[in-house]
Ligand binder design. Structure first.
Ligand SMILES: Cc1ncc(COP(=O)(O)O)c(C=O)c1O
Length: 393
C-alpha cells in the first residue's frame, strides 16, 4: 500500500471513534434523525449574527478592482488593524495590526505557529483532556505532544507542569474555555504557570512559548470573563477563529496574535507570515477577511448555550451523573458511571443518544456531550440518560 505509514496508523487508531459516527448515521436511518439525540459533534447550532451575514453580502457584492487578488501573506492590513483593536480590548494588552496574522481557522493558526517554532523532537505540553487534533498538529511539524494531568475539576495542576517540562519543551498549549471540559483557567493559575515558564526558560537559556487556543473565548457563562494570556506572559501567542463565535466553522477564518513584548518579535512575525504561505494556505480567504473585518465586534449570543447547559446539567445531576459544571464553550464531560467509557457510550447508543468516549480526548472514564443542539433534543434525551445510568448500576 502506498499510503504513508503514519497516516495508516492514525486511521487505524481513530477507527473506533469513526465507528461511533457510523453507528449514529445508521441509527438515524433506522429511527429517523428526530429520534436520535446527537451530542457527538461540536458544530454550532445557532445561525451566524445578522450583522455578519449583512457584511458578507455587502463584501461579496463589491465589484471593485483587485477584490479577489493575492495579498500580503498575513492578510489585509486594515482587517488586521481592526482585529488588533478587538484583541487589545479582550486581552487588555495593546496589540497592533502588525502583530496579527489572519489564518484558515484556529486549526490553521496552530499549524502555522507549530511550523514556525518547532524543531524535530520539540515537545508541546498540553493539559488533559484535550482537543485530539493537537497531537496531529504537533506531529505535522516534527513535534511531540506531551499531555499533563489536571486536577479533579480539570483546572491546571502546576506541579504536574513542573514535572513535565524538559529540555525539549518548546511550548505549552492551553485551551480555555476548554474542549472537552468547559473549564476556564483562572487568572491566578495563569500567573503561576507564567512564573514557572519564565523560570524554566531562564534555566534552559531559551524561550518556552505559551500558546492559547481560544476559539470559545466569546462563549463564557454566568458573566465570567476569560482571563488574558497576553497579559499573563510575554512570550505568548493567541490562536483563535470565528468558527464558534460567529457560527461559521465551514468558512475557515481565524487569526493569531503575537504578544508585542515577545522575544525576537520581528523574526517571529516574519516566520509566521512565511509558514502561513509555505503550508499552502498562502493567505486566509479574502472575502471572509473583509467580512469579519467589517464587523469586528459581532458575536453570537451565548445565552442559548448557557440555557442548554443548565437544562442538561440539572437533568443529568437528577439522574445521578457526576460532572464539573462547564464555565464556557458548549461541552460537558461527565464521569462515566462505569470505568469503561467506550462501553458506556455504547449503552447510551441503546437509548439513541450519541456521545464521544473520553478516551478520545485523553480523558478515559468520562464521556463528552456537545450541547450545541436544540434544547428539545436535550429535554427529549433526558429519560434515556436516566435509563442508561440505571442499566449499568
Ligand atoms: C479546542 C479547539 N481548537 C481548535 C479547533 C479548530 O477550530 P477551527 O475550526 O476554527 O479551525 C476546535 C474545533 O472544534 C476546537 O474545539
Amino acid at each position: 500500500m502506498a499510503i504513508a505509514r503514519n497516516i495508516q496508523d492514525s486511521l487505524a487508531r481513530a477507527s473506533w471513534i469513526r465507528k461511533m459516527f457510523e453507528e449514529g448515521a445508521r441509527l438515524k436511518e433506522v429511527h429517523g434523525p428526530e429520534n436520535v439525540f446527537d451530542f457527538s459533534l461540536g458544530n454550532p447550532n445557532l445561525e451566524p449574527p445578522e450583522a455578519f451575514l449583512d457584511a458578507l453580502a455587502r463584501e461579496a457584492a463589491d465589484r471593485g478592482p483587485g477584490r479577489h487578488a493575492y495579498m500580503p501573506n498575513p492578510g489585509y492590513p486594515d482587517v488586521r488593524e481592526a482585529v488588533a483593536q478587538r484583541v487589545s480590548r479582550e486581552q487588555e494588552v495593546s496589540v497592533s495590526g502588525a502583530e496579527v496574522v489572519m489564518t484558515c481557522g484556529a486549526a490553521g493558526a496552530l499549524n502555522v505557529i507549530f511550523k514556525a517554532i518547532l524543531d524535530p523532537g520539540d515537545e508541546v505540553l498540553t493539559p488533559t483532556p484535550f482537543f485530539v487534533e493537537y497531537g496531529y498538529y504537533a506531529a505535522n511539524h516534527g513535534g511531540k505532544l506531551v499531555t499533563v494531568p489536571t486536577a479533579e475539576d480539570f483546572s491546571l495542576d502546576l506541579s504536574a507542569f513542573e514535572a513535565a517540562i524538559s529540555p525539549k519543551t518548546k511550548a505549552v498549549l492551553l485551551n480555555s474555555p476548554n474542549n472537552p471540559t468547559g473549564q476556564v483557567y483562572s487568572t491566578e493559575s495563569l500567573e503561576r504557570l507564567s512564573a514557572l515558564l519564565a523560570r524554566k526558560s531562564k534555566e534552559l537559556g531559551r524561550v518556552i512559548y505559551l500558546l492559547s487556543d481560544e476559539p470559545y473565548r466569546g462563549i463564557a457563562f454566568d458573566g465570567i470573563k476569560v482571563p488574558s494570556i497576553l497579559a499573563a506572559y510575554e512570550n505568548s501567542i493567541v490562536a483563535t477563529s470565528y468558527s464558534k463565535e460567529l457560527s461559521i466553522p465551514g468558512e475557515r477564518i481565524g487569526f493569531l496574535a503575537v504578544n508585542p513584548a515577545a522575544e525576537d518579535h520581528d523574526l517571529l512575525l516574519a516566520a509566521l507570515a512565511m509558514t502561513n504561505r509555505i503550508l499552502g494556505f498562502v493567505n486566509a480567504p479574502a472575502l471572509l477577511q473583509r467580512a469579519v473585518g467589517a464587523v469586528p465586534h459581532a458575536m453570537v449570543n451565548p445565552a442559548p448555550y448557557q440555557a442548554n447547559r443548565d437544562i442538561l446539567c440539572k437533568g443529568l445531576a437528577e439522574a445521578g451523573y457526576r460532572f464539573t459544571t462547564p464555565k464556557g464553550a458548549f461541552y460537558l464531560f461527565p464521569k462515566s458511571p462505569i470505568p469503561d467509557d467506550v462501553a458506556f457510550v455504547a449503552e447510551l447508543q441503546k437509548e439513541r443518544i450519541l456521545a464521544v468516549p473520553g478516551s478520545g480526548f485523553g480523558g478515559p472514564g468520562h464521556f463528552r456531550l456537545a450541547f450545541c443542539v436544540d434544547s428539545a433534543t436535550i429535554e427529549n434525551a433526558l429519560p434515556g440518560f436516566a435509563r442508561a445510568i440505571k442499566n449499568v448500576s
